[in-house]
Design a binder for this molecule. Structure first.
Ligand code: ZN
Length: 461
């Protein structure tokens, strides 16, 4: 026998013999048995060059990296999917996924307004959110009520109580944050008195105060770069007192009610031409997720929390080279709550807050359709920074720019700092996988965030 054929046969038989009992690399769904309420679910994972994967008989086409995502619809009840892998030797392995979709119609039946006897309740804790709609999400926050604020309620919807503000004008507070008031005549509506409106100015801050006979519901919302503050339940003819403030020169502010006084404090940005220095700019960088919270999982199994941390550390180093004043919410792989992150930034008196993330999609969406960079902001005064970062990151990574997008995420809600949450690329999009698996990804994206930030500061000086 030709010795080359002999060698080939030896190698062939060895490979055949040692061909390992592999397990399939499906990174999403994380569980083979799941109960969901969505109308679809996506599968993500990795295929080796010599393998083929079929989901319910459909051959999956991976990217060059082997990454793939495939989304399937779900009917109400049990959905069974066979995920089958064939290797080079036609050896097959099948995994069974059983996804049960529950019907949301039952929940929707609760969505009717239930009228109740009008009476007073009070808030049981500080920072109870007053909302414009009875939904626990979205852009509907009006104000934050301190503990002991009396509110006049006439009914419920979902998990919310409806609160009287002024004629034909209502707000919503979570019912669990309210208890009955120990008043003799708790069914009688008692409006409060307006006492005074004052202003205290210093070099850095300007504080306005609205003094009333007791705490009342209030709203502080931004429209067209103006902060509109309104206090309700007053004894004058239109039952409200309202003021507008321009945010052009003082984009950072805080609004808080205490002992019947509403404090509205505006802070100037230290971006004055004559006095500006990078040292004065205090930046808190927040690597999203951490510890027990992995964040999104990429097609190839990458954990979001680790990529976020790498970019955050690199960004800190770049900013420090340029003498910025930088703090990280976490420097290691550990868990932090959203409240911890916000409190850290507020305690540090951050001027700018940048949270770093990698994106995913809701389980019922197709991950192949969403790609590129998006930067979220909550307060309109943070929009320009979001725009600059999104523009620069997408350009330097050569991916789609989804731009600045408004969203209500806890870490970017505070109005005392300019806050953005950057989703650099989609972990579950098979095309974006090649982007973040590139060995220059961390350096390129950190440098791009830095350049976006510098562009923002220059536009403000
Ligand atoms: Zn994230």
């Amino acid at each position: 026998m030709n010795k080359y054929i002999k060698y080939f046969l030896i190698i062939f038989c060895t490979v055949l013999f040692f061909n390992p009992a592999y397990s399939m690399k499906i990174t999403h769904p994380e569980n083979q048995y799941m109960t969901v309420s969505e109308d679809g679910i996506f599968f993500s994972g990795k295929i080796e060059k010599y393998e083929k994967v079929y989901i319910d008989g459909v051959a999956i086409k991976p990217e060059k990296t082997g990454a793939f995502s495939y989304s399937v619809p779900l009917k109400v009840g049990e959905n069974i999917f066979a995920v089958q892998k064939k290797d080079f030797f036609f050896k097959t392995e099948t995994l069974k996924y059983i996804i049960t979709r529950i019907n949301k119609a039952d929940e929707e039946n609760h969505n009717k307004f239930i009228e109740q006897e009008k009476c007073y309740y009070e808030t049981t804790r500080d920072n109870v959110v007053l909302r414009s709609t009875p939904i626990d999400a979205g852009m509907n926050r009006m104000g934050y009520l301190p503990k002991g604020t009396k509110v006049f309620s006439d009914g419920r919807k979902n998990q919310f109580s409806r609160i009287y503000l002024s004629e034909n004008n209502y707000g919503w507070v979570m019912s669990k944050d309210l208890i009955s008031v120990n008043l003799e005549d708790r069914n009688k509506y008692v409006p409060q008195n307006f006492i005074s409106y004052d202003c205290i100015k210093s070099d850095k801050n300007t504080t306005y105060t609205i003094t009333l006979s007791d705490n009342v519901p209030y709203s502080a919302v931004v429209e067209d770069n103006k902060l509109i503050v309104t206090v309700y339940n007053l004894d004058n003819s239109n039952e409200i007192f309202t003021k507008e403030y321009s945010l052009d020169k003082f984009p950072r502010y805080s609004v808080c009610m205490q002992n019947g006084i509403l404090y509205i404090t505006f802070k100037k940005l230290p971006f004055d031409k004559n006095t500006y220095s990078n040292k004065k700019v205090k930046i808190v960088i927040d690597a999203g997720h951490g510890g027990k919270e992995a964040g999104a999982i990429g097609c190839l199994g990458d954990k979001e929390k680790l990529i976020n941390l790498e970019v955050a550390l690199k960004l800190k180093a770049i900013l420090e080279q340029h003498k910025f004043n930088v703090y990280l919410t976490r420097e290691i792989d550990k868990f932090l709550s959203l409240e911890d992150r916000v409190k850290y930034a507020q305690d540090k008196n951050a001027l700018i807050f940048i949270s770093i993330h990698m994106n995913s999609v809701p389980i019922s969406s197709d991950p192949n359709l969403d790609k590129g960079t998006v930067v979220f902001y909550f307060n309109p005064q943070s929009k320009n920074l979001a725009k600059e970062i999104s523009n620069r990151v997408s350009k330097d990574l050569k991916i789609k720019d989804n731009g600045a997008t408004q969203a209500s995420f806890a870490v970017i809600r505070p109005t005392e700092y300019i806050g953005v949450l950057a989703e650099l690329a989609y972990l579950v999009n098979p095309k974006d996988v090649a982007v973040y698996r590139n060995k220059k990804f961390v350096q390129t994206s950190a440098m791009a965030i830095y350049n976006g930030l510098v562009n923002y500061i220059h536009s403000e000086i």
